[in-house]
Design a protein around this ligand. Structure first.
Ligand code: TMP
Length: 204
């Protein structure tokens, strides 16, 4: 694997992905290894503008509009991502799998449409490894309760999040060597160590 890999953190709300990406960034900083870290939607200035629009609680877009906005946010990141592709380690908080899991498995948007636009936007930019964080519905609710700022996508029902999480798991099974499933219902320190050990191997 490239020692400047693209590493993605995926998972539903409250699955610990943002915590885990921050653990990895702290580790890389400690080791003085340079990296780029972005989130989606968001990351670049224009993509953050689109994020605000999509996730605003007052927004009320249909699933196709949501898809196009998430992809627009990605399209606004691609110059930044390509600038550092294979030059720096890139950590991404959500990427293509989130679009397939939420928009297709969760909201029923046509998967071929998603894949086609994604392919066009990414034009050769590839992910090397994904940490898929999973969580029970009970623990997800517990973690969401402790958050101050909830967005429009934090309010779906249990059935929706089940479909999305199962969608993520299906994707991880298509290419097992490129995924590590992290069970966030287990001990947090244990998971942090698992992730750092894996990152060390990936960037070697
Ligand atoms: P975040 O709070 O983890 O940053 O995620 C924002 C929300 O956006 C989250 O509910 C998942 C959703 N999302 C999609 O539905 N499709 C996508 O393509 C992406 C990147 C995020």
């Amino acid at each position: 694997m490239s020692n400047k890999p693209v590493i993605v953190f995926e998972g539903i709300e409250g699955s610990g992905k943002s915590h885990h990406i921050s653990i990895v960034s702290k580790y890389l900083k400690r080791k003085k290894i340079s990296f780029l870290k972005i989130r989606e939607p968001g990351g670049s200035i224009n993509s953050e503008k689109i994020r605000k629009l999509i996730l605003n609680k007052k927004s009320n877009f249909n699933p196709n509009t949501d898809l196009l906005l998430y992809l627009a946010a990605r399209s606004e990141n691609i110059n930044l991502l390509k600038k550092f592709y294979k030059k720096k380690i890139i950590l991404i908080d959500r990427f293509i799998d989130s679009t397939i899991a939420y928009q297709h498995y969760g909201l029923g948007v046509n998967i071929d449409l998603i894949k086609m636009i994604n392919k066009h936007i990414l034009s050769g930019f590839k992910i090397n490894f994904t940490f898929l964080n999973i969580v029970s519905h009970k623990n997800m609710l517990k973690r969401l309760k402790s958050r101050k700022l909830l967005n429009r996508y934090d309010n779906f029902n249990k059935n929706f999040y089940n479909k999305v999480q199962n969608g993520f798991l299906k994707l991880s099974k298509l290419n097992k060597t490129k995924y590590k499933v992290i069970n966030s219902n287990l001990d947090i320190k244990l998971n942090e160590n698992l992730i750092i050990d894996k990152v060390k191997k990936i960037i070697k």
